[in-house]
Design a protein around this ligand. Structure first.
Ligand code: TTP
Ligand code: MG
Length: 376
């Protein structure tokens, strides 16, 4: 056999997934270390007041009592009755600042960096570790140490030959975990895990698979791919087959910077009153302006979003010439848009939102690409 030329030898890919532990709750512990030994529950309180709302996340002390993301706050209260627990409202601005600092540390250790969420990122480190998983393990330890020293946060890292394996590896040991799965270990690592550890296998798919006798990823790997295609369609069937064998060719891709910013919020009560709407919309404009000033941006378009009482959605927008980052200017334009919309329609507003786009840098005014939106 002819030896492979240099070009034909492609480097073994080494991918990391870094996921911060119980992120929002850990941020709260960092700013108030006296919370450390108590159950901490970070809540998204409904704007309709009282105790209604859901748990955003909880620290591991609270998780011992069955408190986790997504459950109603009232249920969390019941599970923590007679326990010295702390309930706090979400503070996205603070978590975003922490996240940005951590992401810049992670980025500095990657050949290619892809932020995948507020507290997680994929790092392609193939080149810098020369395809060597032992070196990748050392790098992961250094990253954990740097994040801990500089921000006081622990994270869990998965290292694998692709994104799929790295993600499942990171999830398999938390908190403060480090799980390295070398290419030759992939199948043995995946085989015993339940199928719902694969992205795309939700409750429904899991129960269909279970009825076929497919409980583990190993069972799925042994299942006939043609049957999977018949059952789930070509795309999903092939995906399940490949995923169960730990095959995933998706590259780690840099994300573009944000192209728009939006905020949406629920009114205390449904209304058509422009002043009442503007009290909420004005706050949203304020949040957006803060973000614009932090990122030194101005906007060329402003829009409004209304979710009406009957859940129908309306939106309107207009162009601002010249671009602005001024709060009063933004509020004036948002008010005009709401006034016009209310004049055109008999809607009663339940939720209102503000969205700005066409973001340009204060200096030089270069357009930015991509998209950020946050709905609370
Ligand atoms: P995750 O990384 O899914 O969760 P986590 O960091 O809280 O916990 P883990 O130790 O298991 O990684 O989500 C990151 C943040 O996103 C989380 O801290 C809060 C927020 N979040 C919600 O607001 N609602 C949700 O349902 C989930 C899953 C997360
Ligand atoms: Mg996390």
């Amino acid at each position: 056999m002819k030896p492979l030329s240099e070009k034909q030898v492609s480097r073994q890919r080494v991918i990391m997934l870094v996921d911060l532990d119980y992120f929002f709750a850990q941020c709260e512990e960092v700013r108030n270390p006296s919370l450390k030994d108590k159950p901490v529950v970070v809540c998204v309180y409904s704007e309709r007041g009282g105790e209604s709302g859901v748990v955003s996340t909880a620290n591991y002390e609270a998780r011992k009592h069955g408190v986790k993301s997504g459950i109603p706050i009232s249920v969390a209260r019941k599970r923590l009755v007679n326990v010295d627990a702390v309930f706090l409202p979400v503070d996205h601005e603070y978590y975003n600042r922490v996240s940005e600092d951590v992401m810049s540390i992670l980025k500095s250790h990657a050949d290619v960096f892809e932020q995948a969420g507020v507290d997680e990122a994929y790092l392609d480190v193939s080149e810098r570790v020369e395809g060597d998983f032992d070196k990748a393990g050392e790098l992961a330890r250094r990253i954990k140490e740097e994040v801990r020293r500089s921000k006081g946060l622990t994270c869990s890292i998965g290292v694998g030959p692709n994104k799929l394996v790295a993600k499942i590896a990171a999830d398999s040991q938390k908190p403060d975990g480090l799980t390295i799965v070398k290419p030759e270990e992939v199948q043995a690592f995946l085989t015993p895990l339940p199928v719902n550890r694969l992205v795309g296998v939700g409750v429904k798919t899991q129960s269909i698979m279970e009825s076929l006798g497919v409980k583990t990823i190993g069972d799925l790997a042994g299942y006939d791919v043609q049957r999977l295609i018949e059952l789930f369609g070509e795309k999903l069937g092939v995906y399940f087959h490949n995923a169960s064998h730990g095959v995933d060719n998706r590259p780690v891709k840099e994300r573009d910077e944000a192209k728009s910013i939006s905020r949406i919020s629920t009114l205390k009560e449904d209304t058509r009153d422009l002043d009442a709407i503007m009290r909420k919309a004005g706050e949203l404009c304020g949040e957006i302006c803060n973000e614009l000033s932090r990122r030194r941006l101005r906007v060329k378009q402003v829009g409004i979003i209304v979710v009406a009482k009957d859940m129908s959605v309306y939106s309107r927008s207009k162009t601002l010439d010249p671009p602005t980052s001024d709060l009063e200017d933004l509020k004036k334009n948002v008010r005009e848009l709401f006034e016009k919309l209310l004049g055109e329609s008999g809607l009663e507003a339940r939720r209102v939102g503000v969205r700005v786009s066409g973001l340009v840098k204060e200096e030089g005014q270069k357009p930015l690409r991509a998209f950020i939106s946050r709905v609370e």
